[in-house]
Design a protein around this ligand. Structure first.
Ligand code: S3P
Length: 443
């Protein structure tokens, strides 16, 4: 796991165009959910295209510790024998969540309505992240949760069966909080409801329906209302995980900023709750076209052709935030090469990701000679207008995979190499990122 592996320093020297074709790995959000829902189904599910990154492997290990049988049968191919909703067993040891907020928050939801007690631990990054946002609704449902000061890990969840069904309005736009409540609702009698004033990624809703849960989504004046009938029986499924649009984002920006690039990025999930980066890049003038639009695992997917293009600064529409929440670091990199000053506000949540991504990207870009201005809820970045950034700095990745990958992309078009102090966190979401980078730059 990233938190225990030795630091892996990496230097990215400026490189020529990105050309050819690459395939992005499986979607991280969908991979976590595939394992969790399959573990709660009665019978055997098969998953292909699973992201085999450390975060997803942490979910698999935790589900095994709670009784599911999970086996890797081939490259990205997995078989899961579920225990059924209500059937999770008491884990013998603390569950090590590594760097993964999604594993932690969603599994806390699962444990909350089972008659078991589980302790969650994680690395230094995860242990600094707020868990109060899931503790609050899960406590309302009856779980007894003892957290470290500030509502942080390590924490212990003592589940309650039967739990109490609630209607919960999300105070922050968070798919993890929404999913934690829905997962707790699976083993809760009656109707569990989540109201989301701002729509966030809807993979849990789509997939729970696919697994046979009685789940409805309605629009109301208060927002999207998701209603789940508990004591659900999930039926095993055969799932193909589409490629991760968040992983694709690095290539979309890299090919946009490196002159001469012409790249096809295959297998990109285009669920509308995830495509904010593509919208923002297009507003900046990026040349991205969709090829072979199709459906994979109930999600829209296409191959994307991206060619180098001159980018122009924009004011990033704040209403794109939920659909590009993980892509701001790489959007800031695109902004560093645009003509003018790009301003992104309304993204306060960036402060509580794997790192404080506003402070981290400001420090990283400024160290590379890119002028930035930090706001409470965002960043302004003044770009070169297409020329190389100065570079020549060592960047602290702060146990954050997306900082490491974003600044690696920045290094591709820098006057002097950009060094990353520790690229090991990349293994949490994109283990083959650097091999793919070498392949598409002919290195
Ligand atoms: C995720 C939701 C988002 C996102 C994270 C994955 C999910 O987090 O940043 O990488 O799979 O539900 P929040 O719920 O904190 O916004």
């Amino acid at each position: 796991m990233a938190h225990s592996s030795p630091p892996q320093p990496r230097s990215i020297a400026p490189r020529g165009p990105l050309t050819g074709t690459l395939t992005v790995p499986g979607d991280k959000s969908i991979s976590h959910r595939s394992l969790m829902f399959a573990a709660l189904a009665v019978g055997t599910s098969r998953i292909s295209g699973l992201l085999e990154g450390e975060d997803v492997l942490a979910t698999a290990a935790a589900l095994r510790a709670m009784g599911a049988t999970i086996e890797r049968t081939g490259d990205g191919e997995w078989r899961v024998d579920g225990v059924g909703v209500g059937g999770l067993l008491q884990p013998a040891q603390a569950l090590d969540m590594g760097n993964s907020g999604t594993s932690t928050r969603l599994l806390m939801g699962l444990v909350a309505s089972h008659p078991i007690t589980a302790t969650f631990t994680g690395d230094a990054s995860l242990s600094a992240r707020p868990m109060g946002r899931v503790i609050e609704p899960l406590a309302q449902m009856g779980a007894d949760i003892t957290a470290s000061p500030g509502g942080k890990l390590p924490l212990m969840v003592r589940g309650l069966t039967p739990a109490v069904p609630i209607t919960y309005t999300l105070p922050v736009a968070s798919a993890q909080v929404k999913s934690a409540v829905l997962l707790a609702g699976l083993n809760t009698p009656g109707l569990t409801r989540v109201v989301e004033p701002v729509a966030t990624r809807d993979h849990s809703e789509r997939m729970l329906r696919g697994f046979g849960a009685d789940l409805t989504v309605e629009d109301s004046d208060a927002g999207r209302v998701i209603t789940l009938r508990g004591e659900a029986e999930l039926k095993p499924q055969t799932i193909t995980v589409p490629g991760d649009p968040s992983s694709a984002g690095f290539w979309l920006v890299a090919a946009s900023i490196v002159p001469g690039s012409d790249l096809v990025v295959r297998n990109v999930g285009l669920n509308p709750t995830r495509t904010g980066l593509i919208a923002a890049l297009r507003l900046m003038g990026a040349d991205i076209t969709e090829l072979d639009a199709r459906e994979v695992g109930g999600e829209p997917v296409a191959d994307l052709r991206v060619r180098h293009a001159p980018l122009t600064a924009i004011e990033v529409p704040p209403d794109l935030a939920p659909s590009m929440i993980d892509e701001y670091p790489v959007l800031f990199v695109a902004a560093a090469f645009a003509a003018g000053r790009t301003v992104a506000r309304g993204a306060h949540e960036l402060r509580v990701k794997e790192s404080d991504r506003i402070a981290a990207m400001r420090a990283a870009l400024e160290a590379c000679g890119v002028p930035c201005e930090e706001y409470d809820d965002g960043l302004a970045v003044t770009g070169t207008g297409g020329g190389a950034i100065p570079g020549g700095a060592t960047i602290a990745s702060l146990l954050d995979h997306r900082i490491a990958m974003s600044m690696s992309v920045a290094g591709l078009h820098a006057a002097a190499p950009v060094a990353i102090d520790d690229a090991s966190p990349v293994a949490t979401s994109y283990p083959v990122f650097y091999q793919t980078l070498d392949a598409v730059t002919g290195a």
